[in-house]
Design a binder for this molecule. Sequence first.
Ligand SMILES: Nc1ncnc2c1ncn2[C@@H]1O[C@H](COP(=O)(O)OP(=O)(O)OP(=O)(O)O)[C@@H](O)[C@H]1O
Ligand SMILES: [Mg+2]
Length: 371
Amino acid sequence: MNPFKYGSIVVAEHFCGREKLITQLQGHIFSAQNIVIYGERRVGKTSLIYEAIRRQKKFRPLRLDLMDIKSTDMLCRKILHALALLEKETGGIERFFKSLAALRPIFSIDPITGSPTISFDSEAPLSTDNLHEIFNQIKKADEQKPIVIVLDEFQSIMDIDDTTAVIAELRSHIQHATNIPFIFAGSIRKKMERIFISKNSPFFKSALPLSVKPLGRDEFIPFLTDKFQSGGRTINDDLWENIFDLAGETTGDVQQLCEAMWSVSESGATLNQNHIYQAVELLISREILSSQSIMTRLTEFQVKVLLSLARIGGKKPTSKAFLKQTGSYNASSVTKTLKRLEKTKIIYQIDHDWKFFNPVFKQYLLKNSAR
Ligand SMILES: Nc1ncnc2c1ncn2[C@@H]1O[C@H](COP(=O)(O)OP(=O)(O)OP(=O)(O)O)[C@@H](O)[C@H]1O
Ligand SMILES: [Mg+2]
């Protein structure tokens, strides 16, 4: 079986390093200090949170992933669902259902996955008025066994229609739940900063910031080498430079590339540069349909800008070299195009550097571009 895991949360034997951060995070949880975790996409934020929680026994996590929430109704239902699952584990589900009878909770087993699902048949959409009751329930559950609340992809709260009201209401409930630690995380830094750093936000300075950087090579390489060795693959040390470079140092992307290198090799092989090429090919072919679909939505100039980015990097998009690649010397139209591509989530900007959201799409572009 392929020992490399990517695309999902990794814990236990699949989790590498980060000892200091784990201890730090646990310390904050024990002192009910609210934390906001910043870090680029696929760097390992969510895994860090759940591994830190898994390694202690006092707190149980209330897991909330706010990705794609669009309304207060969805937010409330998400919290209730997570809470119901938690109560179910600790035998408190009957009391929980009774106290929320007005929302008509329904418990069922998903016929395909076999996992429990809980829905609320309330016809009226849930609103900020329901948050009061929801937080009462959280406090009751916390009295049974302490809870740590994880609000992942928290920046999505800004996509809710009445976001200002929800954010203010949420903040006030969180402020009153003084014994309960909250961990906020999100990968869209600009939005997260707007929530926690801008002075007129209710969440201004309400949580201690913690930065998660890509897993360092010194910790990661021995871990990955072991994984290769567990299946009889030997890897030459000089390949790592290229692997980390192709993956832009991003923790999850390094695992993804290693997974593909494993897939294109056999037990007993000594991995070489050729395996890297084949692995990149494999990754491109797995995502060919989505790459093609992105391409159909791009203009010719957008493709040129993306190609410049892929070829010479995004630190100086108005430099002569960059502009030359785009075939236009109009710096402001390049800047505008980059902003437009950011909106469609193909690229993002961090520390004055433009990067591809998906490194495989970058490789697809490079492969399919005739110079
Ligand atoms: N400590 C770790 N050890 C080994 N691999 C890791 C570690 N942390 C993250 N990864 C790799 O990165 C991938 C993404 O991890 P995770 O989902 O925790 O990141 P994230 O920062 O929350 O990502 P996103 O921005 O998509 O929410 C994992 O599937 C795994 O391949
Ligand atoms: Mg995450």
